[in-house]
Design a protein around this ligand. Structure first.
Ligand SMILES: NC(=O)c1ccc[n+]([C@@H]2O[C@H](COP(=O)([O-])OP(=O)(O)OC[C@H]3O[C@@H](n4cnc5c(N)ncnc54)[C@H](O)[C@@H]3O)[C@@H](O)[C@H]2O)c1
Length: 411
């Protein structure tokens, strides 16, 4: 069995390693030469894949698609971002499908894992793959299977998380199911690629909407003088009918700030504005501004201004345990605080530099030394946040991880 993986990022690399561990011969393709060089040198750039696991996998990686002609199945895991106008950007997906189409052989299985709107696999990817004359569903099999990886998570793995698959035909679904059974304990068959595509979007929209709900309540409880964290802790004692979501400085990562808008874009074609998605996006985007206002008030109470203050941000990745800063609200906070005249420094052991902002991570004690205040943006593991609070005049905790203290303000 030989499996090709196109796009060796947060999704593709762990998948490649999992297939290799199951005894499959894995061919990896990525257009990023630096990543290919890192893999050739045995260096993993994804936290969830250790160098030892990479070495054990013995992946064969390159930037050339030609070897994929020898694969039984090819999984496409390339990025699906939004364009500057916040519309689906299928550029990487369609160019990878185009390059794969040139080497595609009859009898192969192609599975799209990149998140997209319902209809992408059938209407956009299939015609590109078919340019060489082979027909999807008859000459080769085609399916969609959303990736559900949660980077940094250890309690649910690729193997223990059920994998949804929807093929163009029943035979396409059969083959995709058989493939994923090699690495997943449970495979969930659905009737079409469209159902599988929308399943992924529903999961992400569910999270985006619930985070927005609790963020809106956090803005309200701020005015009411009620501690939102205490409310959430109390509500979470209900054994049914409630699911815990926490407020924060905004939504980050590749998925939640992006994926829901793939559906809202598609929905317009059906004369149906999907208001929950837009409202959630609007509320979540307000959070960095709310956090800056709260910081201004905290400093004001101590007769200080943001202008001229040294502000130490703790944790700048979009979530704990990872070094990924894509769409991280920390980036917006730096921009807003600098616009108000702050001198911003940061500490994040998993993010050595924020090149676009000209910042490098300082050791924790150096970041806190001389700071007028600190802000916990992302609660990275291994940081003693209570000790950090004790080391600065005041601290704004945007993650609810500190014990109450006179100089601590919580979101
Ligand atoms: N990161 C996550 O937690 C996550 C979770 C579920 C689903 N997804 C989805 O999976 C897809 C991939 O996300 P990711 O986070 O792994 O992205 P990523 O940026 O980490 O990795 C994508 C890789 O694809 C490569 N690439 C780009 N264009 C290519 C091309 N034409 N040919 C070959 N390689 C190419 C890039 O160089 C990169 O290494 C996206 O659609 C995303 O929405 C991501």
């Amino acid at each position: 069995m030989r499996v090709g993986i196109v796009g060796l990022g947060y999704v593709g690399l762990p998948l490649a390693v999992a297939f290799a561990a199951a005894g499959v011969d894995v061919l990896g393709v990525d257009t990023d030469e630096e990543r290919i060089a890192a893999l050739a040198a045995g260096r993993s750039y994804i936290e969830d894949v250790s160098d030892a696991a990479l070495a054990a996998a013995g992946l064969r990686c390159g930037s050339n698609y030609a070897p994929l002609a020898d694969a039984d199945a090819v999984l496409i895991c390339v990025p699906t971002p939004l364009s500057v106008n916040r519309e689906p950007d299928l550029g990487a997906l369609l160019s990878s499908a185009g390059a794969l189409g040139e080497v595609l052989r009859a009898g192969q299985l192609v599975v799209v894992e990149s998140t997209s709107y319902p209809g992408t696999t059938r209407e956009r990817v299939a015609p590109v793959l078919e340019r060489g004359g082979l027909r999807a569903g008859s000459d080769f099999n085609l399916a969609f299977s959303p990736e559900r990886v949660d980077p940094g998570r250890t309690d649910h793995t690729l193997a223990s998380t059920p994998k949804v698959v929807g093929g163009l035909t029943g035979a396409c679904t059969d083959r995709a199911e058989a493939l994923y059974r090699l690495v997943c304990d449970d495979v969930v068959r659905v009737s079409s690629p469209e159902v599988a595509e929308l399943t992924k979007l529903l999961e992400n929209i569910f999270r985006a909407v619930n985070i927005a709900l609790v963020n809106e309540l956090a803005m309200l409880t701020d005015r009411m003088g009620i501690d939102i964290w205490e409310v959430i802790d109390a509500a979470a004692t209900k054994p049914y009918g409630f699911m815990r979501f926490e407020p924060g400085p905004g939504m980050g990562g590749h998925c939640l700030p992006v994926d829901p808008f793939y559906l809202s874009w598609r929905a317009r074609e059906f004369d149906m504005p999907v208001e929950f998605i837009e409202l959630a996006g609007k509320l979540n985007q307000q959070m960095p501004y709310h956090c800056v206002a709260k910081l201004q008030r905290m400093l004001n109470d101590r007769s200080r201004a943001v202008n001229g203050a040294r502000i130490a941000l703790l944790g700048v990745s979009y979530k704990p345990g990872v070094g990924d800063t894509r769409e991280s609200p920390a980036l917006k906070l730096v921009e807003l605080l600098r616009a108000l005249g702050a001198d911003v420094v940061y500490h994040d052991a998993l993010v050595p530099a924020l090149d676009a902002l000209g910042l490098r991570s300082l050791p924790l004690d150096e970041a806190l030394r001389g700071a007028d205040c600190a802000v916990i943006v992302t609660a990275q593991p291994g940081v003693d946040h209570d000790a950090a609070a004790a080391a600065v005049p005041c601290l704004l905790d945007l993650r609810g991880v500190t014990r109450p203290a006179a100089n601590v303000v919580r979101l």
